[in-house]
Design a protein around this ligand. Structure first.
Ligand code: ZN
Length: 197
């Protein structure tokens, strides 16, 4: 009896000792994921008809940790990261709020400011954004929020000399945007209509 107990204890110790390595290996796998960070959808999401209000627990459940940190805690994504690279590769399309689906920006007003974050010179649907001015960093900054869900999107800077119609730079966290590319060709849809007549 004594010997078999000893064997059991010894084998348990071996397993326990091996666990840290197993765990370390798992964590490596989860950080090397190559998934896109800007959600892309084929169809435009249904637009919210009124203010979207949720509890903190509900937001945490629905959003990714990074989206939650930015939208609900006014965080900022890493500059010149994967988000920026993905954003630069997008063609024509529309950007929606990842929190509530409200239409926010269009690729028509997108420009490359080389600042490391997605930049637009005007919101496509101005009624869905609101502005809050703060002086936290010692100078006046204008925060841009989604008017529908009150989510933090980024900041807007004026008069920087960019060659755009508004001379404004909406510096937006791409993580909190959903991208819907423009339909490939309208001609194909028209043909479909002709057939159904
Ligand atoms: Zn929103």
């Amino acid at each position: 009896m004594k010997t078999s107990r000893l064997v059991l204890i010894t084998s348990a110790a071996v397993v326990a000792a091996a666990l840290p390595w197993l765990r370390a290996d798992d964590s490596k796998k989860s950080t090397s994921s190559s998934n896109t960070v800007i959600e892309i959808s084929k169809t435009a999401p249904e637009q919210p008809t009124g203010p979207v209000e949720k509890t903190d627990a509900e937001w945490k459940k629905e959003l990714t940790p990074e989206q939650y940190r930015i939208l609900r805690q006014a965080g900022t994504e890493r500059s010149n990261g994967q988000v920026y690279e993905e954003f630069k590769k997008h063609g024509g399309g529309t950007y929606y709020c990842a929190g509530c689906n409200a239409e926010l920006f269009s690729s028509n007003e997108k420009f490359d400011s080389h600042c490391g974050w997605p930049s637009f010179y005007d919101p496509a649907n101005a009624k869905n954004v609101k502005y809050l001015t703060d002086t936290i960093l010692g100078y006046e900054r204008t925060e841009v929020r989604c008017k529908v869900c009150d989510g933090h999107l980024g900041h807007v800077f004026k008069g920087e000399g960019f060659d755009t119609p508004t001379d404004k730079r909406y510096c937006i966290n791409g993580t909190v945007l959903k991208f819907v590319p423009n339909p490939e060709k309208k001609a194909a849809q028209e043909k479909g209509k002709e057939k159904s007549k």
